[in-house]
Ligand binder design. Structure first.
Ligand code: SF4
Length: 326
């Protein structure tokens, strides 16, 4: 069952724009993160072991080589010949503008690369960086700014040691939009202390900011993280697969059709993943989402009511047993 029948996916959007398939290829440009290197914090987010993004990152080839080998793999598996270079690992705006431009250009200079998607933190996008991205966009390249928010609840952000608050995200989105940049916001379902109501409210707040893209994934426990300690001590219970599917489907239905979903689940490699085990199998989740929508005749945006924002208060009796701590 094709997910794109029910959801406005990035793949479909790129197909419409370019008339052929365009696939993301992940780039590890060797950045660090200010929440890990001591500038803003140490240890990073409680769930972060960045090796889970790109296993084997220690023998990292250059950007040109990463794009080249990515292109070969993508074409072999999907048939796509055009690429969106996704600067994914760590914080991909955490350097001076000259160096950033150099790194981004190394990807953009390759013929089959249509643009860049840059993953970063809301507190790491100063005006000169946004100006650079806007300049790249003005040159005719596709540019997405991917902001990791995860939750709009400051107490949750503190609990997982994000090192920024929701207001910081709102301000970053506003400055990006002033420059005409498209923003994709990353949200995690099943964060410690959060239930389905938190996810609904976070979605509503993010949509109020007018974001153009969303990325959803379940919180997974990977090795060598503080979350792994909490999970081992029984202080964190991951989501069940069906609970994740049900909640993701509801959020998709609450999202206007013009918003593009870049991702609806996340995976970690077998070597790193501790729990939940179902996070190893991306397609079971994707098929679960599209199957549920097909069975019920649902589609993205069918729960949206124009100008009506979901603001139902949190109430403990309606909380689901999602991602709770003890
Ligand atoms: S902001 Fe991203 S890279 Fe930095 S610690 Fe958190 S999850 Fe890891």
């Amino acid at each position: 069952m094709d997910l794109a029948q029910f959801v406005n996916t990035l793949g479909q959007d790129l197909l419409r724009q370019y008339g052929e398939r365009v696939h993301k290829v992940s780039i590890d440009a060797g950045f660090n993160c200010p929440n890990r290197d001591g500038r803003l914090g140490v240890g990073g987010c409680t769930f972060c072991n960045n090796a889970s993004f790109i296993p084997g990152q220690n023998d990292r080839p250059g950007i040109h080589e990463q794009v080249r080998t990515g292109a070969i793999a993508v074409e072999r598996v999907t048939g796509a010949r055009k690429l969106l270079a996704y600067f994914q690992a760590y914080t991909n705006t955490y350097a001076d503008v000259e160096l950033l431009n150099n790194l981004y250009q190394q990807a953009l200079m390759q013929d089959h690369v249509v643009g860049i998607s840059v993953g970063t933190r809301p507190d790491c996008v100063p005006d000169p960086v946004l100006d650079l991205l806007a300049h790249i966009q003005a040159q005719g390249h596709l540019v997405w700014l991917e902001l990791g928010l995860q939750s709009s609840f400051d107490e949750t952000l503190q609990r997982v040691n994000r090192g920024h608050d929701y207001a910081c995200y709102v301000e970053a989105v506003e400055r990006a939009h002033q420059r005409g940049l498209k923003v994709c916001t990353h949200l995690i379902l099943g964060l410690p202390g959060e239930g389905a109501e938190h996810a609904r409210i976070t979605l509503s707040r993010v949509l109020e900011q007018g974001v153009e893209g969303l990325k959803l994934h379940p919180l997974h426990v990977v090795k060598s993280t503080r979350l792994a300690f909490q999970w081992r001590r029984g202080e964190y219970e991951p989501l069940q697969q069906q609970d994740y599917i049900d909640l993701a489907v509801e959020l998709i239905r609450r999202t206007p059709q013009e918003v593009i979903f870049h991702r609806l689940t996340g995976t970690a490699s077998h070597d790193l993943l501790l729990a939940p085990a179902w996070c190893e199998h991306k397609w079971a989740v994707i098929n679960g989402i599209s199957g549920l929508m097909a069975k019920n005749g649902w589609h993205q945006g069918d729960l949206c009511v124009a100008d009506q924002i979901y603001r139902e208060p949190l109430s403990s009796d309606r909380m689901l047993r999602l991602g709770t701590t003890t």
